[in-house]
Ligand binder design. Structure first.
Ligand code: PLP
Length: 386
């Protein structure tokens, strides 16, 4: 048999999934591992998909997605993000944020182009960049600096091969939210060095302290920014697989062309469900956000009461990046030992880059009872270490 693609074989599998898989088959597991809401999709959204199917909306749609959804996205971005995009040719419907990211990299990069990401960052960026022939270049972000980019470190990472930077705010895994000042600094560098910004804002509804700010609002940035968003996290719709890219016209035109060869279009009833998510009543997600905020406080308080582990108060998303350096264990050892001894599953920090060593990521998209149960076990685990 001839070889499979060397490029694809050389790409490492995402480790977060591996931890999840290791936990399968164990009894009474408390999971803080997977980044998804445990809430079900609100009923009005489910009903919208059912209604679309009953109305015969079961056919292919345009490559860019149905126009009413693009119109809903456009209105939503004007209101929430304060940016204006034309639904006709500047908005593109994707299979979740994930396809938006991958498609953007495919369209922007030539082999060998460099794409800057923070370290730590969303673990899938590495595979996505490599899959699309580009090279990830990491810029370390530090806990003492709120896990934010600094100008000095960012400038150092830029070379003539830098094509794009992926900016994720609120951040997975750190919960950092980039302030307007940080965005302005990044925009200055992007313009100075002629770099695209892929702005991943899939957690934008989930900010608690720092207000959300879209980098495309800054003068000169709309032409070099691709916004990536989805209904997954904000509306508890991870399984529906609907997202959207907002980008300059020439980029959207390339997306339309490529989508025909990839997927043709996004699932049709799911696109109707997404319209309802963006235009329907907002009480379901307001209530989810309040619950996340409460869970965040509980988790952070429990962590900071236990010796040898600590964390910052995350400003957004639903993750805590917990410092475990004082335990003397690597993040892998910590995660595997905790899983085997206490049946609590967390993500080792090194999944998210080398700077993640010494940390584990916990998702608080989990019930309050689960958080307490998990932390009773984590407290026992740490006690047993000494
Ligand atoms: N971007 C970040 C930072 C994420 O954490 C995730 C999912 O975990 C995604 C994008 C992809 O989300 P979606 O479900 O919309 O594909």
């Amino acid at each position: 048999m001839k070889d499979l693609s060397r490029k694809i074989q050389g790409i490492k599998a995402a480790k977060v999934r591996q931890m999840y898989e290791l936990s399968q088959g164990l009894d009474d597991v408390v999971s803080f591992v997977i980044g998804e809401p445990e809430f079900d999709t609100p009923k009005n959204i489910i009903d919208a998909a059912k209604k679309a199917m009953d109305n015969g909306e079961t056919h292919y749609t345009p490559n860019a997605g149905i126009l009413p959804l693009r119109v809903a996205v456009s209105k939503h971005f004007l209101e929430f993000d304060k940016v204006s995009y034309n639904p006709e040719d500047e908005i593109f419907i994707t299979v979740g944020g994930m396809q938006g990211l991958s498609l953007s990299l495919l369209i922007l990069t030539n082999p060998g182009d460099e794409v800057i990401v923070s370290d730590p960052c969303y673990t899938n960026y590495f595979g996505m960049i490599e899959m699309n022939n580009a090279v990830p270049v990491t810029v370390p972000v530090f806990e003492e600096e709120g896990f934010n980019f600094t100008e000095e470190r960012l400038r150092k990472a830029i070379t003539p091969k830098t094509k794009a930077i992926i900016l994720n705010s609120p951040s997975n895994p750190t919960g950092a939210v980039a302030s307007r000042d940080t965005m302005e600094m990044i925009a200055r560098l992007a313009i100075e060095y002629d770099i695209y910004v892929i702005f991943d804002e899939v957690y934008k509804y989930l900010t608690y302290d720092e207000p959300f700010f879209n980098i495309a609002r800054i003068s000169g940035m709309k032409d070099r920014t691709i916004i990536i968003d989805s209904v997954s996290k904000s509306f508890a719709m991870t399984g529906w697989r609907v997202g959207y890219c907002l980008a300059p016209k020439p980029i959207v035109a390339q997306m339309q062309k490529i989508q025909e060869f990839m997927l043709s279009c996004v699932n049709t009833p799911a696109q109707y469900a997404a319209i309802e998510a963006l235009t329907g009543p907002t009480d379901a997600y307001t209530s989810m956000n309040e619950q996340y905020k409460e869970r965040r406080s509980i988790m952070v308080e429990r962590i900071n009461q236990i010796d040898k582990i600590s964390c910052l108060m995350p400003k957004g998303a639903f993750y805590v990046f917990m410092n475990i350096k004082e335990t003397g264990l690597t993040s892998d050892e910590f995660a595997l030992k905790l899983l085997h001894e206490q049946h609590v599953v967390v993500s080792p920090g090194d999944c998210f880059g080398t700077m993640g060593e010494g940390y584990v990521r916990l998702s608080y998209a989990s019930s309050v009872d689960n958080i307490h149960k998990g932390f009773d076990r984590i407290a026992r685990f740490i006690q047993n270490l000494t």
